[in-house]
Design a binder for this molecule. Structure first.
Ligand code: ACO
Length: 428
């Protein structure tokens, strides 16, 4: 077996090398502290593997993303969102019977308890939809209690997973309807996942929802592209919370909160706000590039850069094509798309971005596409959460399937005061 050797002081410690199925290698340091008294320090986990996983493979240098071995490009073109959800959670694409049973579970779990509707009235009209989403998802753990047991069980897990995937879409659409003062629209059993969401969002007694197959496919693709991204900030949060044996709803609620931040899922909202600001204030593209490079400026090019991708994010490539197609087909008038393309062009020619390998990430074009679909800007991160849910659930399940389940508990290097004593108030 391959091993790495660490020499420290008078000690020599051998550590096994773990090799993944795609040739990635890791040093197993699990016995390091026991053998040497040392821990590893890696702020922001830039170089730390928290688990082994069989769900998603990313090669950031080559711009590769695969779910359970299948390239994202194939799934984006050929699969439905529910097929991808099944693939991520259960490991393989569903056959006809499995797909039917899964779809049926989603349909049967698409309505939310009528009492939960009252929750929407308790939020102020200005409430951010991510706060509403996290609260409602956590509330599911008190309404659907018969779905979970203390110890993880396969049959109740199937129901919990379907309940979350289906109801998150209903919750998101209802929160939008509530925010615009319209009555909510119940889900329809014969509609596919993305179509049903659009129907609940945009149908009303006076303006019936008219389906557009291109828009419905675009939304389905957006959800597929977001469905998993291995150990990112929100998914790691789901694993960490779940590792304490917290139930799936609570773990997902925590993940949704982590996703909200502008350095993560919240970047899609920030991208549009940035493009709007450029448009409103007639800023030149070059001045934005200069501000993004200036360390004293607060301006950051949102939708650019990625912890893992040091090449064009494959998801951004697919979304850019969708934007162009729908833009042309519907003769859509949006100055922001031109600004986005000019900004991308300028950044990709600039040494600062080239040297740091900063390329557009999934959030750069997703916001523009959501705008074309008619999703309000403050709901973009909610859309990300709907898409990411199957991945979070799959990762939670994988962790629970691992024996023994280990609670997540990083260590630290303490840099604070050494021992000192309580001083009475008058002596401070
Ligand atoms: N604009 C300007 N400079 C940037 C950007 C950016 N968007 N991203 C990175 N940089 C610079 C940093 O200033 C740093 O420069 P330095 O080496 O001179 O100090 C260098 O590139 C490395 O950046 P880090 O922030 O150290 O990289 P890290 O891997 O920690 O962060 C992150 C990745 C958070 C995504 C970062 O690129 C960023 O803030 N991007 C903008 C926000 C964004 O789009 N987030 C969405 C990510 S995708 C997702 O979560 C779904």
């Amino acid at each position: 077996m391959d091993k790495a050797v660490l020499t420290y002081d008078t000690l020599t410690h051998e550590m096994p090398i773990i090799e993944g199925s795609e040739g990635e290698k890791a040093v197993d340091i699990s016995k390091l502290r026991q053998a040497t008294g040392l821990i590893t320090l890696d702020v922001g986990y830039q170089n730390t593997g928290s688990c082994t996983s069989t769900i998603t493979f990313i090669d950031g240098d080559r711009g590769i993303l695969r779910y359970r071995g299948i390239p994202i490009e194939e799934l984006a073109e050929k699969a439905s969102f529910s097929e991808v959800a099944y693939l991520l959670i259960y490991g393989n694409l569903p056959n006809r019977e499995e797909q039917q049973a899964f779809s049926q579970r989603l349909t049967q779990n698409s309505m939310i308890h009528e009492e939960m509707l009252r929750f929407f009235d308790g939020f102020p009209p200005t409430a951010h939809p991510m706060a509403i989403l996290a609260t409602m998802v956590n509330s599911m753990s008190v309404y659907y209690t018969d779905y979970y047991t203390e110890d993880f069980q396969a049959d109740t897990f199937d129901l919990m997973a379907a309940s979350l995937i289906s109801r998150i879409r209903t919750i998101a659409a209802y929160s939008y309807k509530h925010s615009i003062g319209q009555p909510h629209v119940y889900p329809k059993r014969d509609l596919k996942y993305a179509s049903n969401f659009l129907y609940m969002m945009f149908d009303s007694p006076v303006n019936p929802y008219i389906p557009d197959p291109d828009i419905e496919r675009a939304l389905s693709t957006l959800l597929i592209l977001h469905a998993d991204h291995e150990q990112n900030c929100s998914t790691s949060t789901v694993r960490l919370v779940g590792s304490s044996m917290a139930n799936l709803y609570a773990s997902i609620c925590a993940g949704i909160c982590a996703l909200w931040g502008p350095l993560h899922g919240g970047a899609n909202q920030k991208v549009i706000e940035m493009l709007e600001e450029i448009n409103r204030n007639k800023l030149s593209i070059q001045s934005c590039i200069e501000s993004a490079k200036d360390k004293t400026s607060k301006f950051r090019l949102f939708g650019f850069g990625h912890r893992v991708y040091k090449n064009y994010d494959p998801r951004a490539k697919i979304l850019k094509k969708y934007c162009e197609t729908i833009f042309r087909k519907n003769n859509y008038q949006d100055p922001l798309i031109n600004i986005a393309m000019e900004l991308e062009d300028a950044a990709l020619k600039d040494d600062f971005f080239v040297d740091r390998k900063l390329y557009p990430n999934v959030d750069f074009y997703s916001g523009i596409l959501y705008r074309m679909i008619g999703i309000p800007t403050n709901m973009f991160t909610v859309m990300f959460a709907i898409g990411r849910l199957p991945g979070m659930i799959a990762q939670w399940k994988e962790m629970h399937d691992t024996d023994p389940l280990k609670i997540g508990r990083p260590r630290q290097i303490y840099m604070g005061n050494t021992l000192r004593h309580y001083a009475p108030m008058e002596e401070r």
